[in-house]
Design a protein around this ligand. Structure first.
Ligand SMILES: Nc1ncnc2c1ncn2[C@@H]1O[C@H](COP(=O)(O)OP(=O)(O)O)[C@@H](O)[C@H]1O
Ligand SMILES: [Mg+2]
Length: 320
């Protein structure tokens, strides 16, 4: 296994004394599709800014394909492309100029750079705008331009800071397809997001960061697999006064709604068979929340108790 990114003991204290990162350890494998997930203010962008030296770290080390960012920054930098959360190119240049300038920093020949830019503009839906001034681009277009710029030196790792925040559904889908495609072609992809379902459906690995600390770091499949308790909401055909006797954890929410907690191994047939015996007919069913979701909601709402409980439950389940 080749390690694409190794972060160890990473700390950041800003000039005003604020401790944004309290010691982060993280490893991303080559080829991975990795989510750094966390609510606003968790420290995601701080990590990303350190990786591309927009911010100096206070302590710790970062290696990119073995190259230490302190000792061998040019090499480390050549391996990564970073699309920042905020647009930071000139508003009076065109997308083509922005990408060609960036290529210049890497010593890429102009015809090569122009061909790459054209390819990426087409794939990102920016083709029509490539020769317009950036100030005429929408927010979503600016975001995509940051990605095209990050890709011009064809980095081994592409890092995207909140690539889909605030985008409409259609654009978000385009972004998902683009990222998946880039990753399939062999680029290690790291994105930050505060959308749980995005990390869950798109990424193979998830690290959850909260207030400058990593609370979870594992494979998505493992995380979802271990989080085995789910609550189902059952909609009944007819009102119900009293709960029937049950071997399952059945609760009455209102006259026509029941909730039941099920584990991975619970046979849903058995639940339904039991209800059937009591002449209770179910006409609808949906998932309420998974434990993963309650963990994340706890983080977002700053609900310390539920966060701690869920984090404890998760790490106990994951055996770490
Ligand atoms: N330049 C700065 N000076 C002081 N505090 C900062 C600075 N930049 C970010 N912070 C604080 O550090 C924390 C983490 O910020 P950030 O990394 O941007 O979080 P995220 O990207 O997860 O939303 C936040 O509380 C933020 O207010
Ligand atoms: Mg951020």
């Amino acid at each position: 296994m080749t390690v694409a990114l190794a972060i160890s003991g990473l700390q950041k204290t800003y000039a005003n004394g604020f401790r944004a990162l309290k010691g982060i350890d993280l490893e991303v494998r080559q080829g991975d599709f990795f989510a750094l997930l966390g609510p606003n203010g968790a420290g995601k962008s701080t990590v990303i800014r350190i990786l591309c030296s927009l911010t100096a770290k206070t302590a710790g080390s970062v290696r990119i394909f073995g190259a230490d960012i302190d000792r061998n920054f040019p090499l480390a930098k050549s391996f990564i492309g970073v699309a920042p959360q905020e647009f930071n190119a000139s508003l009076f240049e065109t997308p083509m100029q922005v990408v060609l300038n960036q290529a210049g920093y890497y010593g890429i020949r102009r015809p090569v750079a122009a061909a790459r830019a054209e390819e990426d503009f087409a794939r990102l839906g920016l083709w029509d705008k490539r020769n317009e001034q950036c100030r005429t681009l929408s927010g979503g277009m600016k975001r995509r331009l940051m990605i095209a710029r990050a890709l011009v030196h064809r980095p081994r790792i592409l890092i995207l800071d909140e690539p889909t925040a605030g985008l409409d559904v259609e654009l978000r889908r385009l972004m998902w397809r683009f990222m998946t495609d880039i990753n399939r072609r062999g680029t290690t992809l790291i994105l930050t997001t505060h959308y749980l379902e995005e990390a869950e459906s798109l990424c193979r690995s998830i690290a959850i960061i909260h207030r400058g600390e990593l609370v979870v770091n594992t494979a998505t499949r493992e995380l979802l697999g271990r989080v085995d308790l789910e609550t189902l909401v059952l909609e009944l055909a007819a009102p119900l006064d009293q709960l029937p006797p049950s071997r399952f954890r059945l609760r009455r929410v209102d006259a026509t709604t029941l909730e039941v907690d099920v584990r991975r191994e619970t046979l849903l047939n058995a639940v339904f068979a039991e209800l059937e015996q009591s002449a209770i007919r179910v006409i609808g069913m949906r998932n309420k929340t998974s434990r993963l979701e309650s963990l994340f909601m706890g983080l977002v709402q700053g609900n310390e108790d539920s966060t701690r409980a869920a984090a404890a439950a998760l790490s106990a389940a994951a055996g770490d």
